[in-house]
Design a protein around this ligand. Structure first.
Ligand code: CO
Ligand code: CO
Ligand code: CO
Length: 319
């Protein structure tokens, strides 16, 4: 996601570094474009198998966010071979493999290095029709905004690291993070979708801000409609929020106007730095209805959390 002054131009480059998007997209033929993305991080939960599932689901998500389908994946591994049992690494890889298979992709290789702490993720290659690439640009006034996973994961993982989270809360958070955005992406098939991204480290407001900027529009979010994991609403009252979430809130405040009734806790949750979050999709209202229906049919959750409005481009209002 880091913007470097290295923007390339090529006639077949559809999405490159010049626009911060979820993945790079390169046209191979008139019908097929390649999607490439890479993501890896340190453990967010204690269980190595769960960590593997979450890291893989997170890496695969950027292909779904571009409207694509993952085809192949490669493991990226950092592991302290002298300090931790190799069985732990095997469990991480087992979890990752399970998600790659669930995505219908094929594990084709990988690379590992000795590292002070475990790191895991994937380099993923996907495909998409060049004319059906979904980016953060393209949202139009009148569009509805749909979110497909609840927020609060950053607050909950902070509680987990502090040994403060209950077992049931940990299980729920793990399942949210390990859920592929496959169903949420497939539910878009056949619909007119104007913009799409996935919610991760910059939080809902950070990623929504990217969409607002790329699309040159203002977004209105209804705070009461945004789904938040109940435990996160409790923990945040005790000041449990990761540094990344606080940094996000400070950053988004430059382009986000909060209605005075929105509490500091709610603002933090809307900015929460999450791992493997859902898709944020902008589409015309009638298509939005169909999208929510398709999601329901697939057993995937979806919430209509706001809309695209006219106003100062690149800004958000939270009401
Ligand atoms: Co992304
Ligand atoms: Co990304
Ligand atoms: Co990413």
């Amino acid at each position: 996601m880091l913007m470097l002054p290295l923007a390339e131009s090529h006639p077949d480059l559809i999405v490159g570094l010049e626009r911060a998007d979820d993945a790079g997209v390169f046209r191979l033929t008139d019908d097929i474009a390649l999607i490439q993305t890479v993501d890896y991080f340190t453990p967010v939960v204690d269980d190595p198998y769960d960590f593997g599932r979450i890291a893989a689901a997170n890496a695969l998500s950027d292909v779904y966010a571009m409207g694509g389908r993952p085809i192949t994946a490669m493991n990226l591994v950092g592991f302290p071979v002298k300090d931790l049992p190799l069985e732990m690494l095997a469990e991480i890889l087992r979890g990752g493999r399970e998600k790659i298979q669930e995505a219908g992709a094929v594990l084709v290789g990988g690379h590992s290095v000795e590292d002070k702490e475990p790191k895991y993720g994937l380099a993923v290659t996907g495909i998409v029709h060049p004319e059906r690439v979904l980016t953060k640009a393209g949202a139009r006034p009148g569009d509805v905004l749909v979110l497909t996973k609840p927020l609060g994961i950053g607050v909950i993982t902070t509680a987990i690291k502090g040994g403060l989270a209950e077992e049931g809360v940990i299980r729920e958070a793990v399942e949210v993070m390990a859920t592929l955005n496959k169903g949420a992406a497939e539910a878009m098939e056949g619909l007119t979708v104007h913009a799409c991204t996935d919610i991760t480290g910059f939080g809902l407001l950070g990623h929504a801000g990217e969409m607002a900027r790329a699309s040159g529009v203002r977004l209105r979010l209804y705070s009461e409609r945004v789904p938040i994991l109940p435990a996160a609403e409790e923990y945040v009252k005790f000041g449990l929020a990761p540094g990344g979430t606080r940094a996000n809130l400070e950053y988004v405040s430059s382009f986000t106007q909060f209605a005075p009734v929105i509490t500091e806790e709610k603002r933090l949750l809307l900015a929460d730095a999450i791992t493997s979050g859902g898709l944020l999709v902008a589409l015309p209202p009638a298509e939005g209805e169909k999208y929510l229906e398709n999601l329901r049919e697939k057993g995937v959750k979806g919430w209509h959390i706001g809309e695209v409005v006219t106003g100062e481009p690149g800004t958000i209002e939270v009401v």
